[in-house]
Design a protein around this ligand. Structure first.
Ligand code: ZN
Length: 288
């Protein structure tokens, strides 16, 4: 508006100096054009401010003939923690991570799989499926593919390459925080006492009986276990030596002795999961 007024004033001034009709008209066009440029420029600046957010990179990986996108979103400059979402159906975990990342900074790696847990892909026109948290060893890829559908070495090779591409995105020396959601029944911290396979995978279990058994941490790192236990969270210390190879990221990270924490919460327990993440990051920050 101010620019239009300015243009009118300038045109008015032109009239007083009595230019010819043609000259006056071209002056009007010129000033109108100038105003347009100024206004466009002003609008563009606002847009830039509005779009300030994470630095998002999309990595498209070809699994056989099927492209799968993996997104890394980096908030701020901190790279000491990296969140990872392997299961695209676990939305609560995604929302909880976003709340924390916007406040504190860090990176989140997400597999984009149209909101599905299981990934399907085509090799030579045949469909294969696998669980992205059962893909970090050769043996587990075979078992996962056989359990969910069919197995073929060429298809398994595609899955191995995909898992290697995911691991490459995790910065060295960062604490990896895996985000998962579970259902109200079935898998919980109690499973580490009742399920013989999980019992063998746990070195220690700390339970706070006032908390929901579906909301708990699993870690490969004894220091983090003791810190979380002291804060009275539900927490499992993985036995990295005896954990059964199920191809999960936690077992893989345990084998390579990398600091890893899995944050499990029931679907819909957004505030609980966000508060667990906050509590965890406070502990990690004291280590730095
Ligand atoms: Zn999950």
């Amino acid at each position: 508006m101010k620019l239009n007024l300015l243009a009118q004033k300038m045109i008015g001034k032109g009239r007083n100096s009595r230019p010819s009709g043609v000259k006056q008209q071209s002056m009007q066009y010129f000033i109108f054009f100038l105003c347009l440029i100024f206004q466009l420029f002003a609008c563009k600046q606002v847009e830039v401010q509005k779009t300030v957010g994470p630095l998002v990179k999309r990595h498209v990986h070809l699994l056989g003939d099927t492209p799968i996108t993996v997104t890394t979103s980096t908030y701020g400059r901190l790279s000491d923690v990296v969140f990872i979402r392997l299961h695209d159906n676990e939305e609560t975990a995604e929302k909880a991570a976003l709340q924390i990342l916007e406040e504190r900074g860090g990176t989140v790696i997400s597999i984009e799989n149209k909101g599905n847990r299981i990934i399907g892909f085509l090799v030579r026109e045949k469909n294969y499926v696998f669980d992205p948290n059962r893909m970090f060893t050769k043996k587990a890829i075979r078992e996962s593919m056989q359990r969910l559908g069919s197995y073929h070495p060429a298809a398994a090779k595609e899955v191995r390459e995909f898992s290697a591409a995911i691991l490459k995105l995790i910065p060295k020396n960062a604490v990896t925080i895996a985000l998962h959601n579970n259902a109200d029944e079935g898998y919980s911290i109690l499973s580490y006492n009742t399920d013989p396979i999980l019992r063998q995978s746990a070195k220690a279990v700390h339970r706070n009986k006032t908390l929901d058994t579906d909301n708990f941490f699993i870690t490969t790192n004894a220091t983090l276990f003791h810190m979380l236990k002291k804060k009275n969270y539900n927490v499992v210390l993985q036995n990295n030596a005896t954990a059964i190879d199920d191809g999960s990221l936690s077992v893989y990270m345990g084998k390579i002795n990398s600091a890893y924490v899995n944050v499990e919460a029931q679907h819909g327990h957004l505030q609980e999961q966000a508060s667990m993440l906050k509590g965890l990051l406070q502990q990690i920050d004291t280590l730095n």
